[in-house]
Design a protein around this ligand. Sequence first.
Ligand code: FES
Length: 106
Amino acid sequence: MPKITYIEHNETAHEIEVLNGLSVMEGAVQNNIPGIDADCGGSCACATCHVYVDEKWFNKLSKKEVAEEDMLDMAFEPNKFSRLSCQLTVADELNGLVVKMPSKQG
Ligand code: FES
């Protein structure tokens, strides 16, 4: 199972094994990782699953859909490595992925 590291805004890191096919958001929610609330349940409509993807991983991810771009515009302090974790599907290629939560999501 791919391992994903979720880093809270206070730098607390959680390395979790997540099943292929789940979203990065679902992996966090199922393991009670603080900082990913996922209020809309993964339908790209809330931005409470916003994460900053580690720079070296960013270009390995699937491209953003327009809906994700639009929602990220409304997210808290987005930057060029921002993604919505509900739109990222876990797969073997993402073994070792590192994402960090924004300070507002604590
Ligand atoms: S869970 Fe709502 S946008 Fe990702």
